[in-house]
Design a protein around this ligand. Structure first.
Ligand SMILES: [Mg+2]
Length: 178
């Protein structure tokens, strides 16, 4: 049995899709998939749009209604049967997101118990064998293995094993499972 930590944004939740939808609704802007490769969305936006989006994220309720990443529910439901699974989110970056994120997890992942949910700042405090996360740069001091969850923004990141979606996570951790 492994201890596996799972990130929320861009891993369990398709936060980027919701952000792009918000930008389209608010400003009519559209971003092609190619434009997002290797870039953080905030770096592409006009400063006023980036500030408005950041204000929405700080308000918190945005995180209550995010789409679930395809395949996440099915694979995590099986992961918890075979491994010790924790959801680990750097939620203190947006303090008001904590309750919406908790509510979202209980709604979509009811098989993850509250004590398996960790909201923190610096994830290097977490002791796990594996961390599945889309952001490598923030977690250089993590002591376990970081599995980089594929996302347009991290396309150029090297040096970590990469998982391309939840089916890939399942192949990695459930191959010996019945
Ligand atoms: Mg993330």
């Amino acid at each position: 049995m492994l201890r596996i930590a799972l990130d929320m944004d861009e891993v369990l939740a398709d936060t980027a899709r919701a952000e792009l939808a918000w930008l389209h609704q608010r400003y009519g802007s559209r971003w092609s998939p190619d434009a997002l490769v290797g870039k953080q969305l905030a770096d592409l936006l006009p400063p006023a749009h980036a500030a408005a989006l950041d204000a929405v994220l700080h308000e918190g309720t945005f995180f209550a209604d995010l789409p679930v990443m395809p395949g996440a529910v099915e694979v995590v439901a099986r992961l918890v049967e075979h491994h010790q699974v924790f959801v680990v989110s750097a939620a203190t970056e947006y303090p008001a997101s904590c309750v919406p994120k908790f509510t979202w997890l209980r709604r979509h992942f009811p098989f993850i118990r509250p004590e398996q949910i960790v909201f923190c700042g610096d994830k290097t405090i977490v002791a796990a064998d594996h961390l599945v996360d889309d952001n490598a740069h923030r977690f250089a001091g993590f002591r376990g293995e970081l599995l980089l969850f594929d996302s347009p923004h991290n396309a150029g990141v090297q040096g970590y094993p990469r998982v391309r979606g939840w089916a890939d996570v399942a192949r990695r951790f459930l191959t010996a499972a019945p």
